[in-house]
Unconditional design. Structure first.
Length: 420
């Protein structure tokens, strides 16, 4: 059995292909059991996100193409619909791949942390389905440990590389601790959702979400213990906001200078950070001229994003070095498993010899022999039988000039430092 990673991701396949081979969470148990049916794979886990679908398996090399075919067949697709987009990593390459994925090095956004949680979910699903054994179990635990080390020892996740992350980083620079701050998020799209997630992770005190559709605002606000309002209610709540982040598809500004000016007066000129991510802009540029208002547009954030990308790329080099070492460590453990059957057989052989010699000693005692004679018989019999076969093999190796075997024997029996 050997490790195998099979899959497609955002680098190898367009979204219309990725969505065809995605696994819904509720179908994972059935899919995992199907994948491990018969001799196809002994162990398996499935990672399925919007950017990737991957099968992590322990399987015979002869079954690799069958596993690739299974990915298509399970989703009722022909081989030529899937195979051109599939990558297949065996053994060491599979280990390196999963470590890089977990560390955010293979993500659409370099260093993003969400993928590690998704891998943990995939592991939990496979455990529940009973398709994780010794090898995958050890690999997943090693993966979690390495991802944590990469996060701890490098700056891979600390620099902003998205507009939402840059906006939150800017808020932290201006206010420091966010636990006493209130943020108003205008819109309910992907960027606003990501900003809400980052703010929540950074301990923001209160979240207000304003959207044209109140139902959407409620749905997002409920995830973060926030408060939902309609766009028309913004002027009534604007003064509560220390931070405003806006990203809508409105063709006209949603917030004018006058509304912001009234809010600042109510706030008694406490500073307000406004980040306008929208294109066209949601906030009138003139609002930035007001005292105590710090208005940033998407263009202003680009410099922060570029600096963040550079920082993460440097951190990624450090992460790759960590992964190189950890791949070697895991492969060392995996190779050590090959010795287990040999060690077990040798131990069983030694135990059979022991039992035979103990029985001989007991028979001697039963015939009236002394304990001293029985001990001598036992020790002599054990010694002779344990060293007989190795001695015979070493003599034959010496006769045939196989010095490599003799050197291995010296190492195996720890005779390297003895004068023999």
């Amino acid at each position: 059995m050997r490790l195998l990673a099979v899959g497609i991701n955002h680098k190898t396949a367009p979204v219309n292909i990725r969505e065809k081979v995605a696994f819904a969470p509720e179908r994972l148990p059935e899919a995992l059991r199907d994948l491990t049916t018969g001799s196809r794979a002994n162990e398996a886990a499935i990672l399925s996100t919007c950017n990737r679908t991957e099968l992590l398996c322990c399987a015979n090399q002869a079954n690799e193409n069958e596993i690739v075919d299974w990915l298509g067949h399970y989703h009722h697709l022909k081989r030529d619909e899937v195979a051109p987009y599939v990558y297949l990593y065996p053994e060491q390459d599979a280990v390196r791949h999963i470590l890089r994925v977990a560390s955010g090095l293979d993500s659409l956004i370099l260093g993003e942390p969400q993928i590690l949680g998704q891998i943990k979910t995939a592991y939990a699903a496979a455990m529940q389905a009973g398709t994780v054994g010794t090898t995958l179990g050890r690999l997943f635990q090693h993966t979690f440990s390495v991802a944590k080390q990469v996060r701890t020892d490098t700056a891979i996740g600390s620099s902003p590389v998205s507009v939402a992350f840059a906006a939150v980083s800017l808020a932290k620079q201006i206010f420091g601790e966010l636990s006493n701050q209130t943020v108003m998020l205008i819109g309910a799209g992907e960027t606003v959702e990501l900003a809400a997630r980052h703010l929540h992770e950074n301990g923001i005190g209160r979240i207000i979400i304003a959207n044209r559709t109140l139902e959407k605002a409620h749905a997002l606000a409920s995830e973060f213990n926030g408060y939902a309002i309609e766009l028309a209610e913004i002027p009534m709540h604007l003064a509560e906001a220390d931070i405003v982040i806006s990203s809508t598809a409105s063709p006209l500004p949603i917030l004018g200078k006058g509304a912001v000016e009234r809010a600042i007066k109510v706030r008694k000129h406490r500073p307000m950070l406004m980040v306008d991510i929208a294109v066209p802009r949601d906030i009138e540029p003139e609002a930035g001229d007001l005292r105590d208002v710090y208005l940033y547009t998407v263009d202003d954030l680009q410099e922060i994003i570029q600096e963040g990308l550079k920082s993460r790329q440097e951190a990624a080099k450090q992460a790759e070095e960590i992964i190189d070492v950890q791949v070697t460590h895991f492969m060392g453990w995996l190779k050590s498993l090959e010795a287990v059957s040999t060690i077990r057989a040798y131990r069983e052989q030694a135990e059979r010899i022991r039992d035979d010699e103990i029985e001989k000693a007991r028979r001697l005692l039963a015939r009236g022999g002394s304990p001293e004679e029985a001990l001598q018989l036992l020790a002599r019999g054990l010694t002779n039988k344990l060293v007989h076969t190795p001695s015979t093999q070493m003599k034959q190796a010496g006769f045939e000039g196989r010095t490599g075997l003799l050197d291995a024997a010296r190492e195996l029996f720890d005779l390297k430092n003895l004068d023999i």
